[in-house]
Write a protein that binds this ligand. Structure first.
Ligand code: AMP
Ligand code: MG
Length: 441
């Protein structure tokens, strides 16, 4: 992607110094950007890259260090990141990318023995993050609320010019930008919901103007299906619960529209925001139809889907494994459904559902041998379960990085079966119930 050979940089002292923030390549003009945002629904007038420094651009990607030290916007904090949180961001952004979910990428983590204090003493690390742009909804909000409309316009022009050039000649480019961001955000969240990803902190400052997954903190993948899953232990009201993500994403789009208020007319802006729900609904249903192995759209599909999700919720079935096993169901009733049905405790209910599912497959002339490989390309075998990340982090804290490498390999190939890595698809063990993730990073 960058034209760099991984082996050539892995132990190159110059690259390590670069990734640690200790070396500034000649010609770079590092910057930290100001932004604001709505955090848990309340406007916070100044945030900004408190610990992120953009070094420059390489092959169309902003090269950003996260955790390299104090910036102009560090406020009361230390500008550092801990090894734990950088590994979590590194693994998850690479995992989501492999699942074809738009996201910032992660190039490297450089660790250090320097102590950093959070709830406990931990050690520092720096993540190198890549994205075409790290501009957030909150980047617009800060200028809007400070009543600097000319800066809102300049930023919108910059974003359109560089990242949405096709909108440049539109009769109303700012409205077109809003419309496009709304669409990308709706599609992004539909992808999250399909794989069971909860972001955890959908504040407007963590919303990318490019529709990327941005700022990995206390995220989580759903294990036992629970639509009200709250991954962030600091989120006491469940504002960012899994099933609220679409609503919150739309709320955030309203905040963006408000920030663009000087550039877009009210009625057309409302109309652009109104496209979110139908777009989300359509994208989500398409995602879920593919997960069901369906190739056509039929009237009762949403009901069939809803009933499966309800059965999963009632029996606390493992979200990833249940979907993955659905591909093993064949049109022949009986034994062939065991791998799937064994995820449920109420067998009668799931057998009844399977009867309807098979009838639905027959109605579109579905062929077992063709459907299974197709479903195996959309229902991942491996996702970054919290306990897997935790195991890799604890090994890394002992300076054993082998677990990260193995896990990364599996997560980069999430649809493939790896008999030697079967353990990585297991639901969380008992000890993992006590892992708690919060915003502390
Ligand atoms: P986050 O919850 O990671 O999205 O961070 C919220 C805001 O706090 C962002 O503006 C961050 O740049 C800033 N921030 C988070 N952690 C630190 C830190 N250790 N030092 C300085 N700023 C930070
Ligand atoms: Mg953030």
């Amino acid at each position: 992607m960058l034209g760099i050979e991984p082996a050539s940089i892995r132990s190159d002292p110059e690259f390590v110094a670069l990734g640690a923030g200790n070396l500034l390549p000649e010609g770079t003009e590092p910057l930290a950007a100001i932004y604001a945002g709505h955090q848990f629904g309340s406007y916070v007038p100044q945030l900004g890259d408190g610990r992120a420094i953009t070094l420059g651009e390489v092959e169309g990607f902003e090269w950003q260090l996260k955790g390299s030290g104090l910036t102009a916007f560090s406020r009361f904090a230390d500008g550092r990141a801990v090894l734990r949180s950088t590994i979590r961001e590194f693994l998850c952004s690479e995992a989501l990318d492999a699942l074809a979910i738009p996201t910032t990428r992660a190039l490297s983590v450089v660790g250090s023995d320097e102590p950093v204090f959070r709830e406990h003493r931990e050690t520092a690390a720096v993540l190198t993050r890549l994205a075409p742009s790290h501009v957030r909804f909150g980047s617009f909000e800060v200028f809007h609320y400070r009543r600097w409309p000319e800066l809102v316009r300049a930023l919108a022009d910059y974003v359109i010019e560089n990242f949405y050039p096709e909108l440049r000649d539109s009769p109303a480019p700012y409205l077109a930008l809003l419309r496009e961001v709304v669409a990308r955000t709706a599609r992004l969240v539909a992808r999250w919901q399909a794989v069971g990803f909860a972001h955890g902190v959908m504040n407007t400052d963590n919303m990318s103007i490019l529709g990327l997954t941005l700022d990995y903190g206390p995220y989580g993948f759903i294990d036992a299906y629970d639509p009200g899953f709250v991954c962030n232990h600091s989120d006491e009201t469940g504002r960012y619960a899994f099933d609220r993500q679409p609503t919150i994403a739309l709320w955030n789009c309203y905040a963006l529209a408000e920030a663009l208020g000087e550039l877009v007319e009210l009625e057309p802006a409302r109309e652009a925001l109104g496209t979110f729900e139908p777009l989300f609904r359509q994208a989500f249903l398409e995602e879920l139809r593919a997960k069901l192995g369906l190739e056509t759209a039929q009237d009762d599909d949403a009901i069939l889907l809803g009933d499966l999700l309800q059965a999963m919720e009632l029996d606390r079935a493992d979200y990833t494994n249940t979907w993955r096993a659905l591909a093993t169901v064949t049109l022949e009733p009986g034994e062939s459904a065991e791998a799937f049905a064994s995820n449920f405790t109420d067998r009668e209910r799931i057998d009844a559902w399977l009867g309807r599912y098979r009838a639905r497959l027959v109605r579109e002339g579905s062929v077992d041998a063709a459907r299974r490989p197709r479903m195996d390309r959309v229902n991942p075998k491996y996702v970054l379960r919290n306990y897997l990340a935790q195991t890799a982090i604890e090994a890394a804290q002992r300076k054993d990085f082998g677990e990260i490498a193995r896990l990364l390999h599996v997560l980069r190939n999430p649809y493939d079966e790896w008999p030697q890595y079967a353990a990585y698809s297991q639901p969380p063990p008992e000890w993992a119930r006590h892992i708690s993730v919060s915003c502390s990073s």
